[in-house]
Design a binder for this molecule. Structure first.
Ligand SMILES: Cc1cc2nc3c(=O)[nH]c(=O)nc-3n(C[C@H](O)[C@H](O)[C@H](O)COP(=O)(O)O)c2cc1C
Length: 194
């Protein structure tokens, strides 16, 4: 069974509609560790050794966050800056994450149709996620398709529950290693479970 580590970054969880429900589902699951970055490091002083130790003890890493400025909240970027050290995570001698898998789980205010060439944001969500994908690849990790909740401000409460159930299915598939080469080509992890 794969061990999953969720690097969760939401700076205002008390105001969250979507991510709070998603992360609560994950917290109930065996073989899933939720590392709440804003809870652990409200002053942004990240314990790099603790974080690297956590990474070493898991097989699959999830960067779970609301989409902010077409990227991630600041603390997750700080985490990447500090934890993914040269000579540890990447570089000739940086082999510690070799062979692990990583994916993004994100919620966006924008609806799915605005994330297209013709749409208001002009690029697809996977195009926006290229820095995450290439960072993973630089660290010799495989970047899996993202699980995305679009239209965060307009979706109804019962739809949020469905997304939370689907997130649980994603975690079960990952934990049980139930994904194959064909699934890796999907644009969204959502497409593999619905
Ligand atoms: C500072 C900030 C930046 C944001 N940037 C984006 C963005 O670039 N694209 C987008 O679709 N939504 C953006 N949003 C909307 C958030 O993604 C949305 O509020 C969040 O996914 C809702 O999840 P929650 O209910 O768990 O808070 C932004 C929101 C904030 C507060």
């Amino acid at each position: 069974m794969n061990r999953i580590l969720i690097e969760f970054a939401h700076p205002a969880i008390q105001k969250s509609r979507i991510n709070r429900q998603l992360i609560n589902v994950a917290k109930e699951m065996d073989h899933v560790t939720v590392n709440d970055l804003y809870e652990n490091y409200p002053d942004f002083f990240i314990d790099v050794k603790r974080e690297q130790h956590l990474l070493l003890n898991h097989d699959i890493i999830i960067w779970h966050h609301p989409f902010y400025w077409y990227s991630a909240p600041a603390l997750l970027i700080e985490w990447m800056d500090l934890v993914l050290e040269h000579g540890w995570a990447y570089g000739d001698k940086g082999l510690m994450l070799d062979g692990k898998s990583v994916l993004s789980v994100i919620t966006t205010g924008g609806r799915k149709e605005v994330y297209s060439k013709e749409g208001r944001n002009h690029y697809t969500i996977n195009e926006f996620l290229v820095p995450f994908k290439q960072s993973a690849n630089l660290c010799r990790m495989e970047y899996l398709p993202p699980f995305v909740v679009h239209g965060a401000h307009t979706i109804h409460n019962d739809e949020i529950s469905t997304f939370a159930e689907n997130y649980k299915k994603v975690l079960l598939m990952l934990r049980n290693g139930e994904f194959n080469q064909k699934m890796r080509q999907a644009a969204y992890f959502n497409d593999l479970i619905e």
